[in-house]
Design a protein around this ligand. Structure first.
Ligand SMILES: Nc1nc2c(ncn2[C@@H]2O[C@H](COP(=O)(O)OP(=O)(O)O)[C@@H](O)[C@H]2O)c(=O)[nH]1
Ligand SMILES: [Mg+2]
Length: 674
């Protein structure tokens, strides 16, 4: 067994929401003796998910950092949120881990939920194994599960254990396992290490066959082993374990283990696999392209009592308070260092290779950046952030605090952003899903005391005209001394969609003096800010063709007013109609949900553009459609509800389309003051 002077191993727990990652982190801490009692997510006593939002949701909203020692080795655990709305939080941390454990549910028909995690790890090149959790509830066999999972993995899945079953009161239960590497059997003991037992006689044949299959899988990447198998020789145990470790590290195989986090079943076996199979941190450093050591920042947090913290993984040298390190944005002075155990932090004199630490202040350095090293930021394939809410403070005097708070929240969450829509006077918060923004607003209130009202963002309706119209606009005012006089005749014509606005003039004989023509254009534009239906006017051409003036009373202002009057009247006469923004939507969905996705789109006045299989994914499809912006509200939630939370979409503005009939009447009516 190599010594571990080569550093702390960072293990990422990934996989679908609700499979038991946070529970597994707790089970690891308990098995390693880092906590006295195994906390529970359900009882709100787990080390992870300590934030008010995660407790309220009953599931992770942010990544959880813990650490433990096991058999003389140090492990840092990054437990990541699994649900689509929060998964972006763990992405950089996963990229910087030595090994990921994909936690899956034992039910084969839920296996598909694991595909995003498996594909993400493949894309990042992070070695990984699968832990089938909740084995206490398993109804089917591990073989069926592996069959369902295999198409989602580029590398072969290698079963490391086979289950031992026994008839119990509630039916057949898995009561232990045979380890195919050790060729030894163990019986689960709740909350304690498993007990060694003899391999049950009725499993002997299966054990031999499955072990041979495992060896064959390993022999695909080990010629010597292949020869031994062909010669009917028995390879020694050390060779088998060395192959398992090497092939896991090189992403040639994905070992599969099972157990139960809640009951502590199979947890020590998993820890031994982590110990053997997780590569030393320099492998991750090389993968991330880090040339010289120091630290990779994977998350910024403002959530704790310590103010701004940069969570980082140390890859070389030692990191200590006061060290000055180069970053993308200049020299950064390392503030106080902390170790992290859930919500608890403890001061740390210095951090060693592989450690996961929190660095106080470290102003200027953000998630995905290097400190003191020239590495590259891994490129992440995150779900699109196209769920938006228009927010406004309940109390105007919170406005300044709102923008400071939003700045902090966005800094710690790569999938959150906000923008100010000047035209519509709206502050828009954008995130991945309704749930994501709901949690964000809860944080805004709890941490920063800012309460906001939130509503769906205003849809960018526009209007245009159908008929050409020629119209006079006259402004005349006599009030004591100087009067005001402007008089114009304009021709207003519809333009093809997307052409915007054109202004021209055909003035002969100075009917409107040159210097007033720009004022007429300005007046026309004034009228277009809000057309007869109440929306900005687009796609019209205006030509100034005639007019008259007064030597004393005419002015720029008077002509601007005349232009505005003329245009307002013209638009009213020109058969105005409504235009609504239509987006091009790309939905990514598991294939079993495609028909429900397309009917969701159809019921939202969507127009299908096409369907295709998702390149590189086993049973996923891409659906493209045009959907009016007004119908995107709630699409996200509907997609999730028909796809076990997996379908996501991206949308971008495509074009403006005419909207008529009752729908248009409704839009116009809703704009009218009550
Ligand atoms: N039956 C059973 N339930 C479990 C097990 N591990 C976790 N759970 C439950 O599964 C649910 C989700 O667990 P959690 O750790 O929050 O999952 P995460 O979303 O992957 O972090 C909770 O209700 C846990 O109590 C297990 O081994 N067996
Ligand atoms: Mg969790």
């Amino acid at each position: 067994m190599p010594g571990r002077s080569d550093g702390t191993r960072a293990i990422a727990l990934v996989g679908p929401g609700g499979t038991g990652k946070t529970s597994l982190a707790e089970a690891l801490l308990f098995a390693a003796g880092a906590v006295d009692r195994q906390g529970s997510v359900d009882a709100g006593t787990s080390t992870g998910d300590s934030s008010a939002e995660a407790r309220a949701r009953g599931g992770s909203t942010e990544l959880n950092l813990t650490a433990f020692d096991f058999m003389g080795d140090r492990f840092a655990v990054v437990d990541t949120p699994g649900s689509v709305g929060f998964c972006a939080d763990g992405a950089f941390a996963i990229a910087a881990a030595d090994l990921a454990v994909v936690v899956v549910d034992p039910e084969p028909d839920r296996a598909i939920l694991a595909e995003p995690a498996l594909r993400q790890l493949e894309a990042l090149g992070v070695p990984h194994l699968i832990f089938v959790n909740k084995i206490d509830q398993a109804r089917g066999g591990i073989r069926d599960l592996l069959e369902a999972l295999q198409p989602m993995s580029a590398s072969p899945l290698v079963a490391r254990q086979i289950p031992i079953r026994a008839k119990e009161a509630g039916g057949e239960k898995i009561t232990g396992f045979v380890d195919l590497g050790l060729e030894r059997a163990f019986r689960y003991v709740p909350g304690k290490p498993s007990e060694p037992i003899d391999i049950p006689a009725d499993l002997a044949d299966r054990e031999a066959a499955d072990r041979f299959h495992m060896l064959e899988q390993l022999a695909d990447h080990d010629d010597q082993l292949l020869e031994q198998l062909l010669m009917d020789e028995t390879p020694d145990r050390a060779t088998v374990f060395a192959d398992l470790a090497r092939e896991t590290r090189e992403n040639l195989v994905v070992p599969v283990l099972f157990g139960s986090a809640q009951n502590g079943f199979g947890v020590r076996r998993l820890m031994k696999a982590l110990r053997h199979d997780a590569p030393p941190p320099d492998a991750a450093a090389t993968r991330l392209g880090a040339k010289t050591g120091c630290a990779f920042v994977f998350k910024i947090s403002h959530g704790g009592t310590m103010g701004r913290l940069a969570f980082a993984r140390v890859f070389g040298g030692t990191l200590a308070e006061g060290t000055e390190l180069k970053s993308e944005s200049g020299t950064v002075r390392v503030g106080t260092l902390f170790s992290v155990q859930g919500e608890k932090t403890a001061k740390l004199a210095k951090a060693g290779v592989g450690d996961v630490v929190a660095i106080a202040k470290a102003e200027g350095v953000g998630a995905g950046q290097w400190l003191g090293a020239s590495g590259k930021a891994p490129s992440l394939d995150l779900p699109a952030s196209n769920y938006a809410l228009a927010i406004a403070t309940q109390d105007r005097k919170d406005d300044v605090r709102l923008s400071t708070a939003l700045h902090k929240l966005c800094e710690e969450d790569p999938s959150l952003s906000w923008e100010q829509d000047e035209a519509l006077h709206e502050t828009r918060l954008k995130g991945i899903s309704d749930e994501h923004l709901k949690v964000t607003l809860a944080k805004l209130k709890r941490r920063y005391g800012v309460a906001v009202n939130a509503k769906p963002p205003t849809i960018g309706f526009k209007e245009s005209i159908r008929k050409p119209v020629t119209q006079r606009g006259r402004h005349k005012k006599q009030s004591g001394g100087h009067g005001q006089f402007g008089d114009v005749v304009i021709e207003v014509k519809p333009l093809p969609r997307g052409q915007g606005f054109q202004f021209d003039e055909r003035i002969h004989g100075g009917a409107v003096p040159r210097q007033y023509i720009p004022a007429v254009e300005a007046g026309v534009k004034d009228a277009m800010e809000k057309g007869p239906l109440g929306f900005p006017v687009v796609d019209v051409a205006v030509t100034l063709v005639d007019g008259s003036y007064h030597t004393v009373d005419s002015s720029e202002l008077a002509f601007r007013t005349a232009g505005r009057i003329g245009m307002s009247e013209a638009l009213g006469e020109a058969s105005p109609h409504l235009l609504e923004p239509v987006h091009k939507v790309r939905v990514t969905t598991p294939a079993y949900a495609t028909s429900r996705v397309t009917s969701a789109i159809a019921s939202r006045r969507g127009q299908m553009l096409g369907m295709d299989s998702r390149p590189g994914w086993s049973r996923w499809e891409l659906v493209e459609a045009l959907v009016p912006e007004a119908e995107l509200q709630g699409l996200d939630a509907e997609l999730r509800s028909v796809s076990q939370g997996l379908a996501t979409y991206e949308a971008e503005f495509d074009h403006l389309a005419e909207l008529n009939g009752t729908l248009a009447d409704k839009v116009v009516r809703e704009l009218e003051p009550a």
